[in-house]
Design a protein around this ligand. Sequence first.
Ligand SMILES: Nc1nc2c(ncn2[C@@H]2O[C@H](COP(=O)(O)OP(=O)(O)OP(=O)(O)O)[C@@H](O)[C@H]2O)c(=O)[nH]1
Ligand SMILES: [Mg+2]
Length: 301
Amino acid sequence: MSEPYKAGYVAVIGRPNVGKSTLINQILDQKLAIVSHKPQTTRHQILAIHTTEQSQMVFIDTPGIHNQKGTALNKHLNQTAQSSSFGVDVVLFLVEAMKWTDEDKRAAKIAQQSSAKKILVVNKVDKIKDKSKMMPFVGEITSGLTFDSIHYISALKNKQIEPLLQVIHDQLPVNEPLFDEDQVSDRSTRFFVSELIREQLMDRFHQELPYSVTVGVEQYEVKGPVHHIHAVIWVERNNQKRIIIGKQGEAIKQIGIKSRQEIQDFVQSKVNLKLWVKVKSSWTDDIRAIESLGYTDEFAD
Ligand SMILES: Nc1nc2c(ncn2[C@@H]2O[C@H](COP(=O)(O)OP(=O)(O)OP(=O)(O)O)[C@@H](O)[C@H]2O)c(=O)[nH]1
Ligand SMILES: [Mg+2]
């Protein structure tokens, strides 16, 4: 007799930069969640749906849990991460091998409050030469905490992911699939396009630009084999706009080229991308900004 089908929600939580999004992309074998070396890359909760013959795992990628106070955005990020650990079947609590910070402790506390099955996932083990140090490390961080199992993986190098998936499978309830089997996310293509552009911005300007930079897709048209996309990069000040545009538009040009490549990979079609940079507070110069800064990266082979 075949095993009954299983399906459920799996929240992936941990402090910024531990590799949550990298792990989810690796499991789905698709770049759904943007990744960067800078903490607090993920800003939105994203569902990533992994469907096989045996089960459907609905992963929830969350913003890293952090200790920074202040802005509404920061508070919102923590709340998003926290709320996603409730009402799920499994919590994957990610830590980085040999690193245990106050932010990890905070995230651990949130993980522990969930009534779900809890799996401790020690990521980035590829960075550790002397693996014998790992046992005492895990002993230290788990004191006072309870986990249903512990796994050592390298999300980046795709190591030990299969055994982890097996354990997640074991913990899921017997259930019909929750989503269509060909659906990979709850987010629209527009959303992913804006995220891929934001990833390029984070990559290039991680020192200069604040987290408040956002990207909006204003127009998305599929004409024949080509996707025509207009997107706006929103900044708060004119000097930020100047940075993104760069000398003679060189910076925005590079952002456009790289973003277009990423978007083409994602939509599996040719893309014609137009980018604009706009300052949120000065609506008045928008029209002129559009005209003077409009940049077309013509699709080339
Ligand atoms: N060496 C190594 N690096 C990794 C591994 N997993 C992730 N990284 C790197 O760690 C950095 C952060 O990865 P992300 O997946 O963006 O981390 P995150 O937990 O989603 O971060 P936030 O979205 O900011 O909370 C990136 O530079 C990844 O390439 C791993 O297994 N080994
Ligand atoms: Mg992330």
